[in-house]
Design a protein around this ligand. Structure first.
Ligand SMILES: NC(=O)C1=CN([C@@H]2O[C@H](COP(=O)(O)OP(=O)(O)OC[C@H]3O[C@@H](n4cnc5c(N)ncnc54)[C@H](OP(=O)(O)O)[C@@H]3O)[C@@H](O)[C@H]2O)C=CC1
Ligand SMILES: O=C(O)C1=N[C@H](C(=O)O)C[C@H](O)C1
Length: 251
């Protein structure tokens, strides 16, 4: 039985994970941490992270970048493996993730779904053939109107995957509104759409002369992220310090 602390327990993803774990005989949420205790959870909720000393095997985080620094220090202090799912971290915070993973196991992934983690691999083969042949690469993401960060963490991960396949030769362009110049062949354009209740769509577009290839992932429910996060927590609970991602879980 894996004992989980849920950080951001009152949020959309915190609630998805609470429902999934309730039906899982091999996992249990032993405590939650959030800004407020709305009294809706079946486990104790701490509004002060430092006050939460409940014994646990792993912490899952779906909250806010504002909490990330304190959260990493807390997990190190408690030697608690960390499944870090919050997106929109700063460069300094990403550097802190590296440093933290030298001391405890940290699994960071901008997208916990099987589909996106498969796509991250597939597009590398496509890029090697198509970008080498001169195709332009663009990413379009669409999310609900409550999303705070843009572009999505997944869009950035997809761009990083393309760029890695192309030996890091590309740079990212997020906004062309002030530009009056031709598209640089070595750019990856990333565009964000926000509206309604869209769970999360990502398109990777390879546009060449007279032909276009598109890869598209659509999440129809936040459960795809929740399931991946619970699997990641079970995986990470017994691992040594180090940096992990969903490819370690999915294989
Ligand atoms: N890796 C992945 O697969 C996925 C990642 N995400 C990411 O996870 C994060 C959360 O998403 P989601 O659940 O939809 O967001 P929500 O806003 O619904 O939930 C976030 C929760 O964290 C709380 N919170 C905010 N700031 C703090 C803080 N400083 N300390 C503790 N708790 C805090 C919020 O409280 P309050 O409402 O009072 O602000 C809220 O209860 C986002 O960064 C999102 O991009 C989302 C889906 C999938
Ligand atoms: O905020 C969300 O909702 C999501 N965020 C993640 C991201 O920024 O990529 C993953 C998913 O697309 C949903």
């Amino acid at each position: 039985m894996v004992k989980i602390i849920m950080h951001g327990c009152n949020g959309h993803m915190g609630q998805v994970i609470s429902s999934l774990v309730e039906k899982d005989p091999n996992a249990q949420i032993v405590a939650g941490i959030d800004i407020a205790d709305n009294g809706n959870n079946s486990y104790p909720v701490f509004t002060d992270m430092e006050a939460c000393d409940t014994p646990a095997d792993v912490l899952i985080d779906f909250s806010s970048p504002k909490a990330a620094d304190q959260l990493m220090d807390y997990c190190v202090r408690r030697s608690l493996p960390l499944v870090l799912c919050t997106t929109g971290l700063s460069e300094a915070q990403l550097a802190k993730v590296e440093e933290t993973s030298g001391r405890i196991p940290v699994l960071r992934s901008a997208n916990m779904s099987l589909g996106i983690n498969t796509l991250l691999k597939l597009i590398q083969d496509a890029a090697k053939i198509l970008a080498t042949a001169g195709f332009d690469m663009e990413i379009v993401e669409r999310h609900h109107n409550l999303k705070l960060d843009a572009p999505s963490g997944t869009a950035l991960a997809l761009a990083d995957s393309l760029n890695e396949a192309m030996d890091g030769e590309y740079h990212y362009v997020y906004d062309r509104s002030q530009r009056r110049e031709l598209r640089d062949p070595k750019e990856i354009g990333i565009s964000a759409v926000r509206g309604g209740t869209i769970v999360g769509d990502h398109e990777v577009i390879f546009a060449g002369p007279d032909e276009v290839i598109e890869f598209k992932h659509t999440a129809y429910s936040k459960a795809v992220f929740g399931k991946g996060a619970v699997e990641a927590a079970k995986f990470l609970a017994s691992k040594p310090a180090g940096k992990y991602d969903m490819s370690d879980v999915i294989g």
